[in-house]
Design a protein. Sequence first.
Length: 391
Amino acid sequence: MDFDVIIVGAGLVGASLATALKDSGLHIALIEGRAPAALSQDESWDNRIYAINPANARFLEQGGAWSRLDQSRIAPVHEMHIWGDDAVARLDFSAYEAGVEELAFIAESRLMQDGLWRVLQEQSNVELFCPAACAALEVDNEAAYLSLQDGRSLRAKLIVGADGRESWVRAQAGIEASPRAYGQDGVVANFEIEKPHRNAAYQWFREDGILAWLPLPGKRISIVWSAFDALSQELMALPPDEFCRRVQAAGRNTLGALRLITPPAAFSLRLLNLEQLVRPRVALIGDAAHNVHPLAGQGVNLGFQDAQQLARVLMQKESQRDCGDYLLLRRYERARKEDILSMQLVTDGLQKLFNNPDPLLRTLRNTGLSLTHHLGGLKNRLIRHAIGELG
């Protein structure tokens, strides 16, 4: 079977690329091992929660997915409050003061996945292969050849790896990956809260890690606690009531009593910076292309920006040029490398700075946090970068 583009991985980033190419005239194969579960009247909450910046919300809307989401399950963020580890230093961000409508949108992974999937099933230039698993990949000067485990064979000018941090496509393409573990897990869970959050997000830089509280609709929050391995194991072993008390105390009782509404889960944190995002007829996007510390909530945003940029390059290519041409793909790589690296440097630097017991560094980091709090121009620039208006 012949295609122009094969996308391996129909998660959020891979699916968003396919929807972004709806008017490209390209014939696309989308390979996924398992279809997302259909949303029903189940009112439970997914503990995989993302902070989507406004620029990427617009990107998803251009592809047709954002407007299909149940907006009652999405919470805008209007303020963010960050504390250092000396109980005094703080940094506040306000959408109102920056002249923007919101800083981010907090949305469930499964909600966005469902919206993207429904668009894909109606998209005439996409053929879904699901469930399907990859068996072998060969690339030559003419095409990329993908064999599936069920015996089907696909041929395309370009294959895109959107298959996550353990990317099969990346390994098959011979792109070397040497991730560096942080020795931390991201512990995630959702809670009902006693006091209203007023659409504010909170973050505490602590000696034992970094804790973020993100607003959900109603009197609910989602948390991400970037905890060192020993603490992560301790937290995951706690009974629900004790786990609630630990999270509540770590967040300085800011929103009163907490009640657990989804069981906690943990995932390991690491940094991955690749020398190459592309090879002839191969391109990587999302977690297949980079991993960052979640303290800034920018991992999936970087992935959506990958998808947007790759779609732009493919749709603007010269008519006589095939979409797997290496020099064409290098346009995508050059456009993304600086943004990815700068975000990795910022998040990695902050993680090292705040998770360091040196007393001099402790003074410097908290002083820097307080100084930034009083520099309105710098704060507004940081906000506009975070929401996708600068970059």
